[in-house]
Write a protein that binds this ligand. Structure first.
Ligand code: GN1
Ligand code: MG
Length: 379
């Protein structure tokens, strides 16, 4: 059973009842993975005496202002994926998420306090990583996100809601940071002069993908937009990537967002919130593994411009995430969950240290990318 510290919400009985699993709870725990939603695993006895596990997740409606639209996206994307997986002869129960309906037939439940809940299957006999344990795993990760992109290539993109408009518009993120610095809501401005300068020196970078998109030089695709390593479930037995989770930000976007963010998180030699920035660097071997995995699944459908900007996207998405942590620090930690007062500043510093290291290794990253692409094309 969960512990006192990990207390279930007071309205848990009401929620379980809405999903028809009241009075049957046998175990529960809190899953501390994301910075946004609150997630619980609950085990219960089914009518035939078996134990089943599900994920209950409270949607953060400060971040996701339109939870009904968000769920509409997820329901349609997972249905589409199930259809694809079934045609490919895959396992529709394990290779994408299942959203359970309430007894009333809805895909989410609003409890008596006004909070929004959803219920997913728990992918059993599978695990996720917060850090790479062997480099082949990162090839697998690249292939998994590449496959996800390919499977959704013919999803009707216009039917998707923008769950967070301009989510990866890095220039807007830059302006939001400037705004946060001007307002100085939490009175922390004087602590971050160096970090602000680091961001301000890179203003031009923040416009690059926005400009290319506006000029029609980069195609909009259905993208995941939050491609952290721990959003991939790996099968316990085979060690293969089986399922992409955390579909909240599946929206029209750029392939480069997904590529860059995966490198930001997974190819860092240190954790996202490592306090000792001397431990932060880009692992070029891991970078190469991811490029090869990603290209093996999606490479042939990418345009020349997309390929060209892959290394840049790693830098840009890292810079963007660092700016978001910094803006949140200035705003008083209102967006990301934090474990201690300087957490967002620490996260910002790791991101910026990684940007600096990517800049140092940029030529090598370009070469790795070109070689991998040429070998995919057989030239
Ligand atoms: C948030 O879902 P979670 O907590 O992994 C954030 C991402 C950031 C990430 C940084 C909706 O993701 O954009 O890259 O934290 N998600 C949202 O770790 O803002
Ligand atoms: Mg997320």
């Amino acid at each position: 059973m969960g512990t006192e510290k990990d207390a279930l919400p007071v309205v848990i009985d009401e929620i379980l009842k809405a999903y028809g699993i009241e009075d049957k709870l046998t175990d529960w725990s809190v899953i501390h993975n994301g910075h946004i939603n609150r997630t619980y695993s609950v085990s219960y006895k089914t009518n035939n005496g078996k134990t089943e596990r599900r994920l209950l997740q409270q949607i953060n409606t400060e971040v996701f202002k339109k939870p009904a639209e968000l769920m509409d996206n997820i329901v349609r994307v997972t249905a589409f994926l199930k259809d694809k997986i079934s045609k490919e002869g895959g396992d529709t129960e394990r290779e994408t998420l299942t959203v359970f309906k309430t007894k009333e037939g809805k895909y989410y439940y609003v409890d008596s306090t006004g909070a929004y809940w959803r219920c997913y299957n728990f992918v059993e006999d599978a695990f996720s990583y917060n850090a790479i344990e062997n480099d082949q795993l990162f090839f697998e990760a690249g292939a998994a996100f590449g496959k996800f992109q390919s499977q959704l290539a013919d999803f009707p993109i216009d039917t998707l809601f923008d769950t967070i408009p301009d989510f990866h518009n890095t220039y807007k993120r830059y302006l939001q940071l400037k705004d946060a610095a001007e307002k100085n809501a939490a009175g922390r401005l004087e602590k971050v002069a160096e970090e602000l300068k680091f961001a301000y020196d890179r203003e031009e970078d923040t416009k690059v993908l926005v400009d290319l998109t506006e000029k029609g030089e980069l195609p909009l695709r259905v993208t995941h937009n939050d491609t952290k390593l721990n959003n991939i479930m790996f099968d316990n037995k085979t060690g293969k990537a089986i399922c992409i989770v955390d579909l909240d930000t599946v929206m029209p976007g750029l392939s480069l967002y997904d590529f860059g963010d995966a490198i930001r998180y997974g190819a860092n030699t240190a954790a996202e919130d490592e306090k000792d920035v001397s431990k932060v660097s880009v692992d070029l071997n891991l970078y190469e593994k991811y490029v090869k995995g990603y290209l093996s699944a999606a490479g042939k459908s990418l345009t020349k411009t997309e390929i060209e900007y892959l290394p840049f996207s790693a830098k840009l998405l890292t810079l963007e995430c660092g700016m978001r942590f910094l803006a949140d620090y200035l705003n008083g930690d209102v967006y990301f969950a934090t474990a201690y007062p300087e957490h967002n500043l620490v996260r910002c510093r790791t991101q910026f240290a990684l940007v600096a290291d990517i800049e140092k290794n940029f030529d090598k990253m370009i070469k790795i990318t070109e070689d991998a692409y040429n070998s995919l094309l057989g030239v």
